[in-house]
Design a binder for this molecule. Structure first.
Ligand SMILES: C[S@@+](CC[C@H](N)C(=O)[O-])C[C@H]1O[C@@H](n2cnc3c(N)ncnc32)[C@H](O)[C@@H]1O
Length: 225
């Protein structure tokens, strides 16, 4: 196994093991309780309300859906939703939480994933910062195929030059520690939102709106009809 394959495999193992503590750690409660961060909450709510206010769609796809923090919102603006993740444990938490027959769950390693259908809305949060930079463009080619002409792509992640909520990186990687003390090496790249947006243009996206926060950024783009 090459160094990169090993990190990608550790990354998936990390999220499989983290599924049961993911919400607690992201929301800094329970075992992970920490002093509140009102600026972060404000940005999170801005993104959530922007997503919630998007025009309703028939079909949506969420990649790297995790425990459903965003699936929950996507369900309010779509008739049906396909939620994909590489960790069965994440899908299980998501399904148990949302309990909706309008969500179809699919287990898939996104590094081997190919677009087989297209959707009115494709969304992913905190996923592309876990994609090695040299694999990003090929991944985007598949992502672009999964958006219907006239459909929308919405990407949420952490910006380069921002306040780095997820901590410092070392050559595009981090060591993450679970509550148990187990450690894993994962990919983490803080992205330049405008550079990500520039990659979307040649793939047929127009009306590309980039929102820059201190902690988060989003890209909201429409695919040419
Ligand atoms: C930072 S979490 C984001 C989860 C969710 N989008 C959210 O914002 O709460 C990253 C997600 O990517 C998933 N993931 C990691 N490696 C993957 C892979 N190779 N294929 C598919 N999903 C993967 C993890 O299981 C996890 O759910």
């Amino acid at each position: 196994m090459s160094g990169k394959e090993d990190v990608l495999s550790q990354q998936l193992a990390y999220y499989r093991a983290r599924a049961q503590e993911y919400d607690e750690s992201v929301q800094q409660r329970g075992r992970f309780s920490a002093p509140g961060m009102p600026d972060v909450d404000r940005e999170w709510h801005h993104v959530a309300s922007t997503l919630q206010a998007l025009p309703r769609v028939q079909t949506a796809l969420e990649l790297a859906c995790g425990t459903g923090l965003w699936t929950k919102i996507l369900l309010t603006i779509s008739d049906s939703l396909v939620a994909v993740d590489g960790a069965q444990e994440m899908l299980d938490v998501n399904q148990a939480k949302l309990g909706s027959s309008r969500v179809t769950y699919r287990l898939s390693d996104l590094f081997n994933w190919k677009a087989t259908e297209d959707y009115d809305l494709v969304f992913f949060a905190f996923w592309i910062s876990h994609v090695p930079e040299d694999l990003l463009i090929d991944h985007f080619v598949e992502v672009a195929k999964s958006v219907k002409p006239g459909g929308r792509l919405f990407i949420l992640d952490e910006p380069q030059g921002g306040k780095q909520l997820s901590g410092p990186t070392d050559k595009g990687e981090q060591t993450r520690t679970l509550y148990s003390g187990d450690t894993y090496r994962i990919v983490k790249v803080y992205l330049d939102p405008d550079a990500v947006a520039a990659k979307l243009k040649p793939l047929g996206f127009k009306d590309i709106h980039v929102w820059h926060g201190d902690y988060y950024f989003y890209i909201n783009a429409v695919k040419s009809a």
